[in-house]
Ligand binder design. Structure first.
Ligand code: GNR
Ligand code: NI
Length: 167
């Protein structure tokens, strides 16, 4: 297993729209293990393949307290239900920034597991929010895109400054 590098905003590679997975096998299985391991190490409650510069439709999530309820979703398709709710979000690709975002309170997601078998998952609360956040990554979308231009520009400048200082 190996830890993967996480891209940071405003890296343009985060804007890539991910491609559908249509081949299942040991290579895909190994990548899913690395994605999950990278999410746990970060630590984060979710991680999309886009964030590690792999532009395939794969996300990992685990919102459990004990970090022992992993979900890997390949080719996820979302259906939104219920009211819109406001919640604070962060992102491993936008480190140190937390802002309120509106999301559907409940979802159904149809996906495949790493073996290619189809399944359906119903979620609410943090799991529903996290899956919506991860599916956005696969479309090249970040939570900062829901904020005002003023806020997003401030965040971009702050992160660019941090990245320069690190380099
Ligand atoms: O670790 C994460 N926490 C989080 C908190 C509120 C809403 C969404 C998230 S996802 C984030 C990890 C991440 O960046 N996934 O793409
Ligand atoms: Ni994120």
């Amino acid at each position: 297993m190996s830890l993967l590098n996480i891209l940071e905003y405003p890296d343009p590679r985060l804007r890539t729209v991910a491609a559908k997975v249509d081949g299942f096998g040991p290579q895909l299985q190994a990548f899913c293990d690395d994605l999950l391991e990278t999410m746990y190490a970060a630590p984060g409650i979710g991680l999309a393949a886009t964030q590690v510069d792999v532009h395939k439709r794969i996300i990992a999530v685990d919102v459990s307290e004990n970090r022992n309820e992993p979900h890997i979703l390949v080719n996820p398709r979302l259906t939104l239900h219920g009211e819109l709710i406001d919640g604070e979000e962060g992102c491993l690709s936008v480190p140190g920034i937390y802002e309120q975002v509106q999301r559907a309170e409940r979802i159904t997601v149809n996906a495949q597991n790493p073996q290619g078998e189809a399944f359906s998952l119903e979620a609410e609360g943090l799991l529903a929010v996290c899956i919506q956040h991860e599916c956005d990554h696969l479309e090249g979308k970040l939570f900062v895109d829901y904020l005002s231009n003023l806020k997003r520009n401030r965040i971009r400048k702050k992160l660019q400054k941090q990245q320069k200082q690190r380099a």
